[in-house]
Design a binder for this molecule. Structure first.
Ligand SMILES: NC(=O)C1=CN([C@@H]2O[C@H](COP(=O)(O)OP(=O)(O)OC[C@H]3O[C@@H](n4cnc5c(N)ncnc54)[C@H](OP(=O)(O)O)[C@@H]3O)[C@@H](O)[C@H]2O)[C@@H](O)CC1
Ligand SMILES: Nc1ncnc2c1ncn2[C@@H]1O[C@H](COP(=O)(O)OP(=O)(O)O)[C@@H](O)[C@H]1O
Ligand SMILES: [K+]
Length: 445
């Protein structure tokens, strides 16, 4: 299922537009938090850390519901509640409230309700140290909405942040749940439906629906991927094999020097034209090296193109791509080489890049984003860090080129490719080499 992602501003608008009162939203949030804890653990000792805002308010509500479910609940508050809603929630809790500090005793279950989307500055050192200590001593840690210390729109860590077992996002995911470095601190991320109903162009990329192959179809129906080889045979071989194993009907490689060890089914030729009507998608960049003329050649083709790796560095001016049908797959360095320094969060940078070249941009990294020029932004679910090894990007561009050749729209193909790539990595294990991803592709495509 696709999960919506809302920024701080969108979240606040959605809260105001909700059909029920804000108090009711908080009641549902706290109840959902208690439910999540009860699902993860039999009744035992719980410590709720409550901040001064509405995140703290959620904590008082959760405490009440957990006590009703038989949990032995303590609350440690950083300060008295400041917001009206939090004051009401505090009033409805008739148990004791400890003052949070160096001497606060840990409990096996820790619920962090210190700060959520309203965090405006780093936690002070003593508070961050107390939070780290209590999280280390707990057996099950759960963050309400966001781990405290995380900036919701950028995913930045403003101070030391524990790694939680579970984060319960209220109403919708926030960008930080799917941006680095924050996302690795969230653990499993569940969304509580509290009655917020907001549409957004931002979402978490979900399992794709791939185009079915026509039973009576021929090889071109399944997609002809045309690769333009350059100087480095290893990278182009990975991309070609990934394209073939993603279900392309035909993978053809224009190369002046045949590459040894490729399956015979991948046709290698030094003849041919990028004008061939049957081409479903061109792929240029993996193993390209310093042959910029390949970009000029590819841009004469009236067909979709994937530009990866060296091809991205050699485009020169992003506006050169306007009017063409291109997917770009840059990592951080390649994005910077083509677009220069762009201000803002990774999400902002991805969208500015897509706008400037008027094409789909797959902005890779530990967090990968897929941006469209119309403002759609897909956030990849977490993928194994074992992907940080040479050649995995070549595999990704091969997958995306095939999905494009199979007839998927550029944005859909890019999102689907990113999702499949991450799941292939999960199957390949840790450590992995890029070739292992290819072996996992047939089951996923
Ligand atoms: N969205 C929804 O539909 C619903 C949202 N709900 C919940 O509301 C949460 C957002 O609540 P929120 O806006 O009150 O902000 P919150 O995160 O509690 O923190 C603000 C307080 O902390 C303070 N403060 C900030 N940084 C600080 C620091 N470093 N060190 C010390 N203090 C610091 C700040 O003070 P100030 O900056 O004003 O000085 C202010 O007092 C959201 O995450 C979700 O849990 C649900 O209840 C209902 C449905
Ligand atoms: N720490 C990480 N966690 C998850 N995925 C990662 C991480 N580092 C890199 N990746 C993914 O691995 C791939 C690396 O691609 P790229 O940087 O182009 O490498 P190469 O050029 O060697 O193939 C990208 O899909 C990227 O999103
Ligand atoms: K929190």
């Amino acid at each position: 299922m696709t999960r919506t992602i809302l920024t701080l501003e969108q979240m606040r608008e959605a809260e105001q537009a909700a059909e029920c009162s804000l108090g009711e939203l908080m009641e549902r949030a706290g109840e959902a938090l208690a439910e999540a804890v009860a699902l993860g653990s039999a009744p035992r000792a719980v410590l709720v850390l409550a901040g001064p805002g509405n995140n703290g308010g959620d904590g008082y509500v959760a405490a009440r519901h957990l006590r009703d479910r038989g949990f032995d609940v303590r609350i440690a508050a950083l300060a008295d509640p400041k917001s009206d809603l939090a004051v009401d929630a505090r009033t409805a809790w008739d148990g004791e409230v400890e003052r949070l500090g160096d001497d606060t005793k840990p409990a096996p279950i820790l619920i962090d309700c210190l700060f959520g989307t309203g965090l405006s500055r780093p936690l002070d050192d003593a508070l961050a140290a107390t939070l780290m200590r209590l999280a280390e001593r707990a057996e099950f840690t759960i963050a309400c909405d966001l781990p405290s210390g995380i900036e919701t729109d950028s995913g930045a860590l403003l101070s030391d942040v524990p790694e939680y077992d579970l984060t319960l996002a209220l109403g919708a995911l926030k960008p930080a749940h799917r941006l680095s470095p924050a996302m690795r601190h969230c653990g499993q991320v569940a969304v509580a439906d509290i009655g917020i109903d907001a549409a957004s162009d931002w979402f978490e990329i979900a399992e794709p629906v791939l185009p079915p192959a026509r039973p009576e179809g021929h090889k071109y129906d399944r997609g002809l991927v045309q690769l333009l080889a350059g100087e480095m045979p290893g990278a182009i071989a990975l991309a070609a094999k990934a394209a073939a194993r993603s279900g392309a009907g035909y993978v053809r490689l224009f190369t002046s020097q045949p590459i040894e060890g490729l399956p015979d089914a991948i046709v290698q030729t030094d003849q041919g034209s990028v004008q061939d009507e049957r081409i479903g998608c061109l792929l240029v960049g993996p193993g390209m090296g310093d042959i910029p003329v390949l970009i000029t050649l590819a841009l004469t083709a009236p067909k979709p193109i994937v530009f990866d790796a060296d091809a991205i560095r050699h485009v020169g001016d992003p506006e050169r791509l306007v009017g063409h049908d291109v997917i770009l797959t840059p990592h951080e360095g390649e994005l910077k080489a083509l677009f220069g320094d762009i201000e803002g969060s990774k999400a902002d940078r991805a969208l500015v890049a897509a706008q400037r070249c008027q094409n789909v941009v797959v902005y890779k990294g530990a967090d990968t984003l897929v941006a469209a020029p119309d403002g759609r932004l897909g956030f990849a679910p977490p993928a194994p860090s074992a992907l940080a090894t040479a050649g995995t990007g070549d595999v990704l561009s091969g997958i995306i080129a095939t999905l494009r050749a199979r007839g998927m729209d550029a944005f859909e193909a890019a999102c689907a490719g990113v999702w499949i790539h991450g799941r292939a990595a999960e199957r390949a294990g840790d450590p992995l080499i890029a070739d292992d991803l290819i072996a996992a592709l047939p089951d996923l495509t």
